[in-house]
Write a protein that binds this ligand. Structure first.
Ligand SMILES: [Zn+2]
Length: 325
């Protein structure tokens, strides 16, 4: 296995968006306003001179319960109870984007108790993440992303009130079927090939992370001190992909949480250690891409597996805050 391909697997665990190595000051300002109990208003203002098409699947703008907030009590981060979505990055239509004009503010409401476990305590709440984007008149991703970090709100949460709020992901769950038995035979052979490629790539990447070129590693993780952790994580992913019948995760071809769309490839429900592959995964992705910048089935499976706490606890989050950054 060539080092280049192994590196793709390392990149796959960093985050969803293409890695932006040349971060500039972002024109997006995000403001959090506490409304009542666990409800917040989020305002996203484009203070730049240009409009943008923001890729919204899996982001703060998605209606799905995504992980774009950092909620911390005095003792620990609040446990995430939502869904990690992997957006498609090619073949995109305008429907994949939310447009934001220069000077425009987009607002939405979020109830944090629908997404995070929040027992009685004092918390700080911050929104942080990034939007991959296309220019205003385009549906072709620029390869860069606009990052944001909001103000931090301090608040006390009454756990009894918060516990009455139903997790959004539980409302999304439509039908309970037997995982793994719901792939068609064509899908099943694709999934088996993806799991086998996942095992090969992740093992090669684990070796590269442990013994490979340090400067390349540091480009993605900012420090070489994480090399043993990343190597362990990749080895655990390889092990899980190799265990087709008794692994830590389950893989399904049915959209049991109704989180798939044309622009979503796959998603993971960390609470269930369950990975769901959407029809775009089968129709748009090659088994293994010939470049790190293109998405493929093998690195998508690697990426989703790193979200599952049963593979390695805690699972990764897409903005990197749960693990490396
Ligand atoms: Zn992800």
């Amino acid at each position: 296995m060539k080092t280049g391909f192994a590196l793709c697997a390392i990149v796959a665990i960093v985050r969803t968006a293409s890695v932006d190595l040349n971060k500039r000051a972002s024109p997006l300002a995000v403001t959090l306003t506490h409304l009542n109990d666990t409800a917040f208003k989020v305002g996203i203002t484009n203070s730049g001179l240009n409009g943008y098409n923001l890729l919204y699947a899996g982001s703060l703008l998605d209606d799905a319960p995504t992980d774009d907030l950092i909620i911390t009590s005095a003792t620990s981060p609040a446990k995430f109870h939502g869904v990690h979505l992997r957006p498609l990055q090619s073949h995109l239509t305008q429907a994949a984007f939310v447009s934001i004009a220069a000077g425009q503010t987009i607002s939405k409401q979020i109830d944090i108790a629908e997404i995070y476990e929040t027992p009685s305590d004092s918390y700080t709440v911050t929104a942080a993440g990034s939007f991959p984007y296309a220019e205003a008149d385009s549906t072709e991703l620029s390869g860069k992303s606009l990052s944001f970090t909001s103000n931090t709100v301090k608040m006390d949460i009454d756990g009894d009130i918060a516990a009455k709020v139903i997790y959004k992901v539980d409302r999304m769950h439509s039908k309970r079927t037997d995982l793994e038995s719901d792939c068609s035979s064509t899908q099943l052979s694709t999934v088996k090939a993806a799991l086998s490629n996942c095992e090969k790539l992740a093992s090669a990447a684990a070796d590269a992370a442990a013994n490979g070129h340090g400067t390349i590693f540091a480009e993605y993780f900012k420090t070489e001190s994480l090399r043993p952790d990343v190597a362990t994580r990749l080895r655990d992913v390889a092990k899980d992909c190799a265990a087709t019948t008794s692994g830590a995760t389950t893989t399904s071809c049915k959209d049991q949480y109704s989180a798939c769309s044309d622009n979503v490839l796959a998603y993971t429900i960390p609470q269930k250690n369950a990975v769901f592959l959407c029809s775009s995964f089968f129709s748009y992705l090659p088994a293994v891409a010939d470049s790190c910048h293109a998405q493929d089935q093998a690195t998508t499976v690697i990426h989703e597996n790193t979200h599952a706490p049963a593979v390695d606890n805690p699972g990764t989050s897409d903005n990197g805050y749960g693990y490396s950054a």
